[in-house]
Write a protein that binds this ligand. Structure first.
Ligand SMILES: Cc1cc2nc3c(=O)[nH]c(=O)nc-3n(C[C@H](O)[C@H](O)[C@H](O)COP(=O)(O)OP(=O)(O)OC[C@H]3O[C@@H](n4cnc5c(N)ncnc54)[C@H](O)[C@@H]3O)c2cc1C
Length: 455
């Protein structure tokens, strides 16, 4: 009998198992894979909140033998408008990292084992055990070495990825779900300057992206809305398409791509978007099993480690009797929702790769001249600033201090500025109208603006 069985031993599973084992609980960690091993195609950017956890847990110290440069700035270029800002520090961590996934997964699994979790590799979970009242009390499956097995536990945790078998077995419903929104080609490139910057671009329904990763390599890729994705092309044809997409937005960087070389084959990856009910009697889900989102905001790993922390705290509350397990897992669901739901909606909006409207561009332009707003926008992408803080009435009203006449303003932005600044005495009614019009220009994220407190 274990306190916890964790199914899936990569980012979310090993993190959860490690944290629970460190608190003295009896943890069984199983995976059908063996470690070290590659996961399915994934880039590896980790935003500051994720880096902070991995650092505190001592996992970064295990990534020896690799040169992993700090990434301190993110940038977005939309057409001619360029915004770039430093990352806001989370506690002492003011940078992102992009370590090799193979090494990161292996460091996490070793950390779980060192903490006292029992690891079984080559083990596929196929069923759950239930008590008479339906509560999940264990798992059944097959080990490649020893054949069928069953193990009992107070809590079964599904950290088994987007196609979670545990979620299917317990009937965890999906909601707010959408099919694949974007698809990308990406690869590792060598010879590019390692300039501590994540570059993203938006033009002509394409989203080129690049950042330094590890051992002198740079990730280079382009995402398209699913319906535009140029599938079935040769490696050389993809080279041309990717370089052409960069040339459209940043000729200087495209020139660097032409004079250096691709170090790997082109990879492609895409996932659907869904949240799952992450808890029930005797079970919980974490990581991609609990929430899968488009990779365009590179937030899956960061949210997997933060979600693991929340789940480990909740399960510890239940196992130690500080709270009944059912209430502890309900608290986990609430905290998970606070952590990810708004960012999940932001990611889905971003993943449509719609060209920015002239109004949106004027606002991004204004943000690029306001250090507070520029940091906020970069903080939003990098999961440091909660979307509800960024999309606030106060922040958007202040942004109009930075709206610039040069190059001509779209009529709607001019009108909004008049409502906010031009009406004598700045009465409240025009400002409230400006809030509503602004919200209308921000698509789904406008709802957050209207929910925010009135300044
Ligand atoms: C193209 C692409 C690019 C991405 N880029 C980034 C990025 O730059 N930054 C970022 O933060 N995120 C990125 N992500 C998302 C990120 O990869 C995931 O969010 C993250 O890997 C989820 O980790 P996990 O531990 O929850 O699940 P997984 O990594 O999917 O691990 C699940 C584990 O469960 C095991 N398992 C499954 N079923 C069973 C079973 N029945 N029995 C036993 N074991 C089982 C599997 O073998 C696997 O080891 C990207 C995703 C894609 C698709």
């Amino acid at each position: 009998m274990y306190d916890v069985v964790v199914v899936g031993a990569r980012i979310s599973g090993s993190s959860t198992a490690m944290l629970l084992a460190r608190r003295g609980h009896r943890v069984l960690l199983v995976d059908r894979a063996r470690f070290p091993s590659r996961t399915s195609s994934s880039t590896n950017l980790i935003h500051p909140p994720g880096v902070l956890r991995l650092k505190r847990w001592g996992v970064l110290d295990k990534l020896t033998g690799h040169e992993i440069p700090r990434i301190t700035h993110y940038g977005l270029q939309s057409g001619p408008v360029r915004l770039q800002a430093p990352l806001t520090a989370v506690d002492e961590v003011d940078h992102a990292l992009s370590p090799p996934r193979l090494a990161l997964d292996h460091a996490l699994v070793r950390s779980a084992v060192e903490a006292g979790a029992e690891l079984r590799e080559g083990v596929s979970v196929q069923g759950v055990l239930r008590a008479d009242d339906g509560t999940v009390v264990g798992v059944t499956g097959t080990s490649k070495e020893s054949g069928p097995f069953s193990e009992k536990a107070a809590v079964v945790i599904g950290a088994d990825g987007k196609n979670s078998r545990i979620a299917q077995l317990v009937g965890a419903a999906k909601y707010r779900d959408e099919p694949v929104l974007s698809k990308s080609y990406w690869t590792y490139w060598e010879g590019l300057p390692q300039d501590a910057l994540v570059r993203t671009y938006r033009k002509n329904r394409r989203h080129p992206f690049t950042w330094p990763t590890h051992d002198g390599l740079t990730i280079v890729g382009v995402a398209w809305p699913t319906e535009d994705f140029p599938s079935g092309n040769s490696e050389e044809a993809i080279d041309e398409q990717v370089i052409a997409a960069f040339a459209d937005v940043d000729e200087e960087f495209a020139g660097k791509l032409r004079s250096t070389r691709r170090a790997d084959r082109w990879l492609t990856g895409a996932v659907p978007n869904f949240l799952r009910v992450p808890r029930g009697p005797g079970w919980a889900l974490v990581g991609d099993a609990s929430a899968t989102r488009d990779p365009i905001t590179a937030s899956g790993i960061t949210h997997a480690v933060l979600g693991a922390e929340l789940l480990a705290e909740a399960v510890d509350d239940g196992l130690t009797g500080r709270l009944p397990m059912d209430r502890a897992l309900s608290a986990y669901r609430r905290r998970r929702d606070q952590l990810i739901v708004d960012h999940y909606d932001y990611t889905r909006d971003y993943a449509r790769i719609a060209d920015h409207s002239p109004e949106e561009r004027a606002l991004i332009e204004a943000m690029s001249r306001s250090p507070y707003h520029a940091r906020g926008m970069i903080g939003l992408f990098s999961t440091v600033v909660p979307p509800a803080d960024f999309y606030s009435r106060a922040a958007f009203r202040e942004l109009f201090d930075y709206v610039d006449e040069k190059g001509g303003l779209p009529p709607r932005i001019r009108f909004l500025r008049w409502l906010l600044h031009g009406v004598p005495g700045r009465p409240a009614a025009p400002a409230a109208l400006a809030d509503r019009l602004m919200a209308g220009a921000l698509g789904p994220m406008g709802e957050l603006l209207l929910r925010s407190p009135r300044p």
